[in-house]
Design a protein around this ligand. Structure first.
Ligand code: FE
Length: 194
């Protein structure tokens, strides 16, 4: 049977941002069930978008809205890999597809950054949100040191092109960065319909 989950999700997300008049809570409210449905069953991610790198976590662009209203990314964690502490500057929805990841929230203080509540482990099928208004700074790690984990990230912009920040874990010093994407090619969403 054809599996058009990725294409179906992109169509639904396009319709969502096309409404144009939704505020961030409304966008998150409507995007969460779309991402939850996408990660409910691990049977659709193109194999090329699931390959870990021995050294670096991978950010595979699955789809980028031509008007930069949203992007959909496959995060592939090799065993034990972790992000620096970073922010996003746009809203985001994270759905766990395979394995598990550890999410450690942080917040800015006058002196730097400090943990903002307990860390949380995201299990397959679960969804979490980030944004400047609900908490935007975190560090994410593969929960496993002996297997690959994969989460699917939706952002309210072209996350690979957005200027944002990483933070030094000890001093809280802020440094500008643009993440880019790991892949040279994006998946052919329409291949299953040919
Ligand atoms: Fe993040």
């Amino acid at each position: 049977m054809e599996n058009t989950k990725l294409l179906d999700t992109v169509e639904a997300l396009s319709a969502l941002v096309e409404q144009g008049n939704l505020n961030e809570p409304q966008l998150l409210e409507q995007a969460v069930p779309l991402i939850a449905a996408l990660v409910a069953k691990d049977d659709w991610l193109p194999a090329d978008m699931a390959i870990p790198h021995p050294q670096y976590y991978q950010q595979q662009l699955l789809y980028g809205d031509p008007q930069d209203r949203f992007s959909l990314v496959s995060f592939v964690w090799g065993p034990g890999q972790t992000t620096p502490i970073h922010d996003h500057t746009v809203w985001g929805v994270i759905g766990m597809l395979r394995g598990a990841e550890v999410n450690e929230p942080f917040r800015l203080t006058g002196q730097g950054i400090e943990p903002d509540g307990a860390q949380h482990i995201l299990q397959p099928g679960e969804v979490a949100c980030v944004s400047p208004s609900i908490g935007d700074i975190h560090r994410v790690s593969n929960a496993y040191d002996d297997q690959v984990s994969i989460s699917i990230h939706l952002y309210g912009g072209n996350i690979g092109r957005i200027q944002r920040s990483v933070y030094d874990a000890d001093t809280g010093a802020q440094k500008a960065f643009v993440s880019g994407y790991s892949n040279a090619m994006v998946p052919n969403l329409w291949a299953s319909q040919v």
